[in-house]
Design a binder for this molecule. Sequence first.
Ligand SMILES: [Zn+2]
Length: 517
Amino acid sequence: MAERITDFDDFNMTADMIFLTIRLTPNHRPITRLPRLLLCCCCALPLLTACATPMGQAHAGIAKNSTATPTIATPKPSVQTVTATLDNGLKIVVRPDHRAPVVMTQVWYKVGSVDEPIDQTGLSHALEHMMFKGTAKVPNGELSRIVSKFGGSQNAFTSNHFTGYYQLYPANRLALALELEADRMKNLILTAEDFTPEMQVIKEERRQRTDDNPQARAHEKFRMLAFPTSSSRYPVIGHMDSLERMPLDALKIWYQTWYHPNNAVVVIVGDVQPAQAIAEVKRYFAEIPAGTVPKRVNTAERQQFGQRHLELTLPIQVPSLMMAFNVPTLGSGTPDSAAHDAYALALLAAVLDGGLSARLEQRLVREQRILTAVSSGYNPFERGSGLFSVSAIPADGQTHQSAQMAILNEIERLKTEPITADELARVKAGYLADLIYNQDSISSQARWIGSLEVAGLDHRLLDQLPERLSQISVTQLQDAAKRYLVAENRSSMFITPEAAQTAATPNMAQASAGAQP
Ligand SMILES: [Zn+2]
């Protein structure tokens, strides 16, 4: 049957997905949303899996789609952000924001699905759920009661590269948030009594959000295609067979291995004084000893792996296609000079899909009517390799092949026809404006800071972006397109609705790998 996704938060299953509202022209087919492989240029925030609420209740995401137009805010100068590192290695970043008497406290751990063994996918996310199951001081169920009693809210998120927890309170409850987080960083109790039913919750979560959701299934398969040589291919929630046989001991080991102060970052944003906030962090976390943290896996994808293509038939309403190129990121561990490539790729994504005047929308949707909807994205603020992605819905009468060819032609133009200075200036302005909008709430500021820090990038990067982007030239954009947006780096997937496939070729296998378009 037709699949209709109506709400972003209903579908933010894994951190490696992002779904954006596709701009629709009046003659478009019913509203849908396309899975995006990465972050759009105008919301370069990691999408977080907001998951483990206590008692296995429904989740509420902290990551919101940023396509809504927020009010313009002035970026906070870096001088207002204060950092400290405790003797045990815990990093603290405090950003005062006195506009409202609230405080957001986030604890980020540098561990995610990319760190998991191939036969134990889903460990990080499962542990995230179990982190709500209590300690000797705060038994199971007490955490949510305490948070509610003091007017707070809480949740957690797991991604490919990190796991995080947050609590939002009135500003005078910062100490409470810190006490609770310090307690479960060290004293979590993992029991079979809690674990067995929680794994049922997690498996149901996977069934509802991935297995029973064709677009999510397609996205999961696409990541396997797009990341052929690294653990970035692993689904954050884990494969079902891995969840079926996940032992409690594996979670205990995961907790003991990664949950140390020297593998964490505490981010505090809100109505606080930095010195006081840092003193409070020290009060609760300083006594936790540093641990031995393993070296994290190298998630750099080998470039030029070769072109890959997959075709799927799924119970969806309209055909769609996904395309992505393996590209570097700011967190790839490449030399500083390579950072220019990441910024150039971010601007290239904005040239293609940075608003209604962007090229793909203007030319392929509105003028040529080859596509019904299209989106492009790239997140430079990541660890390891990234993806420069394009997703699209072919218009009536168009094939997957013709739609893909039209998109590829536009990408070729990026290489052969330098964009004008005016267009580049407009794209830079729009990109920066969206970044600023994204820093408006204390939640998003904390999220930005945390995501940069756990990616090995300095949070001050945010404030430096205008200068960094201003240095990127038309030639650098063209060079980046020539170097990275090439067939050898490309994965593509065509998704056909079951009904259409049955009518056309009733005996065709549901999926075929390896064919080229
Ligand atoms: Zn979850």
